[in-house]
Design a protein around this ligand. Structure first.
Ligand SMILES: Nc1ncnc2c1ncn2[C@@H]1O[C@H](COP(=O)(O)OP(=O)(O)OP(=O)(O)O)[C@@H](O)[C@H]1O
Length: 270
């Protein structure tokens, strides 16, 4: 008999507000229900400034909602989410450490002997296609290569959940696609729960099992949740040609478009 796996991330009725100057309060997200099942890949898409990173930060335990609850594997989250690894848009590599040391550091901090940490780090560098680049410092790597090191740095710690905030944002279109395929390949080998923030609907559909859409803020809400029935394993450049991909894109965009326009109008108004 199959055992029921606990839900990796469950935000229920989560409202997130920021205190502004003069005791004013800005409600960024209102009454958000968001769940990511064990082994599921969920992408959040929404207009600029709607609260995508805010929701991710709530799941990371970096922000506490003003109302509602956050559960990680069915347990209320207090403080930092220690089951999660976090990959941001900006590189989080130490510039004074080589690629292999940047990857090994997560294990060393948790007490692994250096030799063992270096051996595992070499394995991860090889998995992300950088087996021969271990002795390079971050400034000697391209943007895409630095992202690969960042991915290895997170995955070596074997987190149960991956929280990714526009991780491939600064990369050119081709490198984004290559990184997307690498992420899918690694994820396929060991299905972690993934919450992936992006403003790029194509990327979201190509990668995810579910695409969640947010409205423009303030008080942004989750206004749509689509299941992506495209088969796996996927190759992004092939997925982008599929008829099912285009019909789903059209369907989601018809909802997202108005919110994106509202989002732009609001950021222009300040
Ligand atoms: N510390 C803060 N204090 C006040 N307002 C904040 C704070 N952090 C975020 N905000 C506001 O909350 C809203 C949501 O921000 P968030 O970064 O989550 O949006 P986003 O959807 O990730 O944006 P983008 O797509 O542009 O990265 C924005 O209007 C932002 O200005």
């Amino acid at each position: 008999m199959d055992t029921v796996q606990p839900t990796a991330i469950a935000l229920e009725d989560a409202t997130v507000a920021f205190r502004l100057a003069g005791d004013r309060v800005y409600t960024a997200v209102e009454q958000a229900d968001l769940s990511v099942a064990h082994g599921e890949f969920v992408a959040i898409v929404g207009p600029t400034g709607c609260g995508k990173s805010t929701l991710l930060n709530v799941a990371a335990g970096l922000l506490k909602p003003a109302a509602g609850s956050v559960k990680i594997f069915d347990q209320p989250l207090h403080g930092l989410n220690r089951d999660a690894g976090y990959l941001f848009q900006a590189d989080a590599l130490f510039p004074w450490k080589t690629a292999i040391d940047n990857v090994a550091i997560g294990l060393e901090i948790s007490g692994a002997p250096r030799e063992q940490a270096l051996q595992r780090a070499q394995g991860w560098l090889t998995s992300v296609g950088l087996g021969a680049f271990g002795n390079r410092y971050p400034h000697m790597l391209s943007g895409g290569q630095r992202k690969r090191v960042g991915l290895a740095q997170v995955l070596i710690r074997d987190p149960k959940i991956l929280l990714m905030d526009e991780p491939f944002g600064p990369l050119d279109a081709q490198t984004r696609q290559i990184m997307g395929n690498l992420l899918l390949e690694l994820w396929n080998a060991d299905r972690k729960a993934v919450l992936f923030v992006t403003h790029d609907l194509e990327e979201a559909i190509a990668l995810a099992d579910r695409v969640v859409i947010m409205s423009a803020g303030p008080s942004a809400r989750i206004i749509g949740d689509w299941r992506v029935a495209l088969p796996r394993p996927r190759d992004i450049s092939e997925i982008l040609m599929e008829k099912e991909f285009h019909s789903l894109h059209r369907e989601i965009w018809s909802v997202l478009k108005d919110e994106v326009l509202k989002g732009y109008a609001q950021s222009a108004a300040g």
